[in-house]
Design a protein around this ligand. Sequence first.
Ligand SMILES: Cc1cc2nc3c(=O)[nH]c(=O)nc-3n(C[C@H](O)[C@H](O)[C@H](O)COP(=O)(O)O)c2cc1C
Length: 183
Amino acid sequence: MGSTRTGGNTEQLARRAAAGLPEAVGQQWVRLIDLSLPGFRDLRHSGDGTYPSPGGDARRLLDATLRATDIVIASPLYWYSLSAPVKNYLDHWAGWLRVPGLEFRARMAGKTLWGVTALADQDRSVADPLVGTLRHTARYMDMRLGGVLLGNGNAPGQVLADGDALEETDTFLSDASLTAVAP
Ligand SMILES: Cc1cc2nc3c(=O)[nH]c(=O)nc-3n(C[C@H](O)[C@H](O)[C@H](O)COP(=O)(O)O)c2cc1C
């Protein structure tokens, strides 16, 4: 969950979509603003280019990421792209790829990435950069992009007036695998 407020449109849309999952599908919801995730630092070309094994909340987030078969990125549209907390989370993937012995790339390959996004603009095409980020990220990581659910709303709750988005929540995530993590 990558909104910078709780109970907003992205969260409401994501919860509607997750409500359609079968009971057998485990879910772990992670709210990024509740975590102390340090800002990513690019150490790729310093020293031997490796990253230390993360501790604290970064470790918890890494473990949740690796445990999931499906990763649902729930991010409001901020400046046509992902919110800063989500972007920082994805930036950390670049470090996790370089933690000796972690095998992050091999363990992420084959998972499914999803997106859930609320935006104020009526024109959904303004979210193309966000959709492109998730599509290219999935391809780079040998993951599958399951889909990106877009809903229109600005003040919290307005997304519930977007009939098209609500209809989509009924079938969105329907082919998700066994565990869902929504950062
Ligand atoms: C920093 C910031 C940037 C935003 N940028 C966009 C944008 O580029 N396009 C858009 O349609 N809405 C934009 N919005 C509006 C939000 O996407 C919209 O209010 C959304 O419903 C917020 O989601 P939330 O309720 O989950 O926090 C922006 C809002 C903020 C606070």
